[in-house]
Write a protein that binds this ligand. Structure first.
Ligand SMILES: Nc1nc2c(ncn2[C@@H]2O[C@H](COP(=O)(O)OP(=O)(O)OP(=O)(O)O)[C@@H](O)[C@H]2O)c(=O)[nH]1
Ligand SMILES: [Mg+2]
Length: 366
């Protein structure tokens, strides 16, 4: 009997302890489940302010249209950001610092002649000074750069008012520089000034080039010229000039296919386009506008030199200035090559084309 009671007691204790463990495990698991539920609750059950736009979206929209300074902030940090970093102490400029400055200028796509001019001013004006600071260099560069830009803030002639007779502009440049997009933006600008505009599909080479131009033309409701059965650019250009004269058009803009300046036969083809337009109307094209992608940096300078030599460029349109770190090329184009920068592209939208202003540019990168 004694043994039986002991066995029963032990069994009871074991059961009680098992029950206790089970209760503890149950409550622990409840607690952890409710904790997990909090994290994994579906989005629609969470009270997050989901209607508020994300900050990055807001920033992009604001950045897009505000100032040139905003568009050029990458150029500014790559150019002035690096130059500022050269100054460790307020003392005389030593030879290492001068070398660093020279290297930064060279790698900022300003062009070799421009860099030499700037360096000689820095040496003349700053080398003897006891205390040279980044502020002193900044104001010297601002003045020198502005004096190097010749008066090239001029807009295209026809943008200043209604031309007395037909104005013809030929648009040239390497593949993908932004020629057709720029034509679309130009149409928007010109139409808003009550000018009668025609665009001619002189890119008879690339598939879908005509359709791309037509889309832009339709957007601004300008006349689109692309004669059936004419598949060479000179033929299109000649007929376009004649048609524009007949229809009393103010501005005719002729698109061309992109090509590398090194492709001799394609450069010859462009020369021919120019020649036949002069036959259709002596003196035209009145503007040969070279479209350069600012991101190409030094290469843009080489392109500009070659296209200018072959065709006599009357002005440059620098595209994709938005977001590029190579905006310094504007100075190289204007001062090394002595070409007018007529307009700059600062985005892909129709309104993202603005006149070039040297003062605004210099203030934006320094
Ligand atoms: N961010 C930005 N993109 C641009 C600008 N201008 C043009 N683009 C873009 O550059 C790309 C090429 O533009 P296109 O106008 O087709 O260039 P294209 O010179 O006519 O090209 P091809 O006819 O092939 O020689 C497109 O995606 C445009 O949206 C600009 O100022 N900023
Ligand atoms: Mg094109």
């Amino acid at each position: 009997m004694g043994y039986e009671w002991i066995e029963l007691g032990v069994a009871g204790l074991v059961m009680l302890s098992a029950l206790g463990t089970a209760v503890v495990v149950y409550f622990r698991s409840r607690k952890s489940a409710s904790h997990n539920n909090k994290i994994e609750a579906p989005a629609h059950e969470q009270k997050l302010p989901r209607e508020v736009p994300s900050p990055s979206k807001t920033t992009v929209q604001v950045e897009r249209f505000v100032t040139l300074e905003e568009a050029l902030k990458n150029t500014q940090s790559s150019f002035w950001g690096r130059l500022k970093g050269v100054f460790q102490s307020e003392s005389k400029l030593n030879s290492t610092e001068l070398e660093q400055i020279e290297e930064i200028l060279y790698t900022s796509d300003l062009g070799p002649k421009t860099v030499q001019k700037l360096m000689s001013q820095i040496q003349d004006q700053l080398q003897g000074q006891e205390h040279v600071t980044s502020d002193i260099l900044q104001s010297l560069l601002r003045n020198e750069m502005l004096s190097l830009f010749k008066d090239n803030s001029s807009e295209l002639r026809a943008l200043e008012g209604k031309p007395k007779k037909l104005e013809v502009w030929m648009i040239i440049g390497v593949n993908g520089a932004g020629k057709t997009t720029t034509i679309g933006k130009l149409c928007h600008k010109l139409v808003s000034q009550n000018l009668k505009v025609m665009v001619a599909a002189g890119d008879t080479f690339r598939a879908a080039a005509k359709e791309q131009l037509k889309t832009w033309a339709d957007r601004s409701q300008v006349i689109f010229f692309s004669p059936e059965g004419v598949d060479n650019p000179s033929g299109v250009a000649f007929d376009a000039v004649k048609s524009a004269l007949q229809q009393d058009v103010d501005i005719l803009i002729v698109d061309t296919a992109g090509r590398l300046h090194t492709q001799v036969h394609l450069m010859e083809e462009l020369k021919k386009v120019k020649r036949v337009m002069d036959k259709a109307l002596p003196g035209c094209p009145h503007e040969v506008l070279l479209v350069l992608d600012a991101n190409s940096g030094q290469n843009a300078l080489i392109q500009a030199q070659e296209f200018n030599q072959a065709l006599g460029v009357t002005g440059v349109i620098l595209t994709k200035m938005d977001g590029t770190a190579k905006g310094g090329v504007a100075l190289g184009v204007a001062t090394d090559l002595n070409l007018d920068i007529k307009l700059i592209g600062v985005g892909e939208k129709v309104e993202d084309l603005r006149p070039f202003d040297a003062q605004e540019f210099v203030n934006s990168i320094l």
